[in-house]
Design a binder for this molecule. Structure first.
Ligand code: HEC
Length: 187
């Protein structure tokens, strides 16, 4: 009895599946005289409301306020650092494990690209990068774009462009003798 129970699934697995694959059926994109619209795929009933809200673009904020940058930094850390890395050099943790390397935001072409280009790449993806439109709502895309701009600025910043107190701090650090890293400061 036990042996028979084992044999039944084996016998079923051996069935010729071609018979079931080639049975008559209506395919999604086929024309189909059965329905008044002449196609298998049904059209939504008039007045149907889509479940997912359509992506309503919002205009680019006029100014990069501290609040916008803070939001962008936080969202960038969540959605972009895994590939683009903390400074936007394209060296995120996933890339270190074999994902195709994105370009650095610091390259001339991307420095010159308009803000809308970054917004569009987040919305639609590009090449090896998938769209983040579903995860990042339009207002947050602009916040991320503002933060990416800040990253670009940080990579090419000159001493003269810093506020006076930061200039003084840099000058003091340059004069100070090289310090051994504090214990435990491995990062
Ligand atoms: C899973 C990895 C991954 C994540 C996460 C990711 N990207 Fe990318 N990104 C890529 C790759 C790979 C490319 C290179 C695409 C190509 O050219 O094939 C790229 C390219 C880009 C480019 C350059 C487009 C160009 O014109 O060459 C921008 C800008 C960009 N990403 C922004 C972002 C932002 C902002 C986020 C976060 C919302 C993000 N990416 C998240 C992998 C990623």
């Amino acid at each position: 009895m036990k042996r028979l129970a084992l044999l039944i699934p084996l016998a079923l697995a051996a069935c010729d599946r071609a018979d079931m694959v080639s049975q008559p059926k209506a395919k999604t994109w086929d024309s189909n005289p059965f329905f008044p619209q002449g196609q298998t795929m049904r059209l939504p009933a008039p007045g149907t409301v889509p479940r997912a809200a359509p992506d309503r673009p919002v205009p680019q904020p006029a100014a990069a306020t501290p609040a916008l940058l803070a939001r962008g930094q936080e969202r960038y850390a969540v959605f972009c650092t895994p590939c683009h890395g903390g400074a936007g050099r394209g060296d995120g943790i996933i890339v270190q494990r074999g994902y195709p390397r994105p370009p650095s935001f610091d390259e001339a072409r991307l420095r010159a690209a308009p803000a809308k280009h970054f917004y569009d790449v987040i919305s639609n993806g590009k090449g090896n990068m998938l769209s983040y439109g579903a995860q990042v709502p339009p207002a947050d895309r602009w916040a991320i774009v503002a933060y990416v701009r800040a990253l670009q600025l940080s990579q090419g910043a000159t001493l003269a462009s810093l506020p006076a107190e930061d200039q003084a701090a840099v000058a003091a650090a340059a004069k100070a003798p090289a310090k051994a890293p504090a214990s435990g400061a491995t990062r």
